[in-house]
Write a protein that binds this ligand. Structure first.
Ligand code: SF4
Ligand code: SF4
Length: 217
């Protein structure tokens, strides 16, 4: 832990190599958020039907008090569902293991894993007042807490490469927030029923329509 803190304090050189310990995939306090981009990649990569997607996705609801606390910490937006506001993430088993974590603690969908898994344990750091995301890259708090891949003997990580991944991830989170906002507005205006499954279906439908339009052009 001390070694990780020391590394985290020196942002000039970032060191990391995944030891494939699986800690980040089974941490009870970690939530594996997915954007609609992640859902579409899972659909394509694993050739999943709507029903199969719903089997691996969880809708995480919180009490009103807790959701306010979570909202201030989360960069992902929650959707209106039949159970209230819910964050969308990969399903976790009773023992907190991600549904895609294999028996040997390795990811069974590595090529298609969500953006949040691709960028861990890195993040763009926040400004000192905690209000803005800066362009400085550092380790996430959870990474420093428990990721054994952050160590002095690990190879130096190319900041440019991580920066591209983080920038892409932020752009996807922003476009996901717009999609969520429009869904929540339609629910508020009583144009649609707040059904979680329907939200996922609408994402798939949107992609199918876009594909169809492209094929006609
Ligand atoms: S905790 Fe770190 S080393 Fe372990 S699997 Fe996750 S990223 Fe890799
Ligand atoms: S999708 Fe793979 S990398 Fe991401 S939490 Fe699940 S098992 Fe871990």
């Amino acid at each position: 832990m001390e070694q990780r803190i020391e590394l985290a304090n020196n942002l000039n050189v970032l060191r990391f190599t995944c030891t494939k310990c699986g800690k980040c995939c089974k941490d009870p306090n970690t939530f594996i958020n997915v954007t609609y981009h992640d859902i579409l990649r899972l659909r394509k990569g694993l050739k999943l039907s709507l029903e199969e997607i719903l089997e691996v996705i969880g809708f995480y609801t919180f009490s009103k008090v807790n959701i306010e606390k979570f909202m201030s910490q989360m960069v992902y937006a929650p959707i209106q569902t039949e159970q209230g506001l819910a964050f969308i993430g990969l399903l976790k088993k009773q023992d907190s293991r991600c549904t895609f974590l294999g028996e040997d603690d390795t990811c069974t969908i590595y090529e298609h894993r969500p953006a949040i898994c691709r960028t861990f344990p890195f993040t763009f750091l926040m400004s000192e007042d905690g209000k803005k995301i800066t362009n400085k890259i550092g380790y996430t708090k959870k990474g420093i807490d428990y990721c054994p891949g952050i160590k002095k003997t690990a190879p130096i990580v190319k900041k440019k490469k991580i920066g591209i991944k983080l920038t892409t991830s932020l752009a996807e989170i922003a476009s996901d927030a717009k999609m969520v906002e429009s869904w929540n507005k339609m629910v508020e205006n009583k144009q649609i029923q707040p059904k979680a499954a329907k939200y996922i279906a609408s994402i798939l439908l949107m992609e199918d329509k876009l594909k169809e339009e492209k094929s006609h052009n």
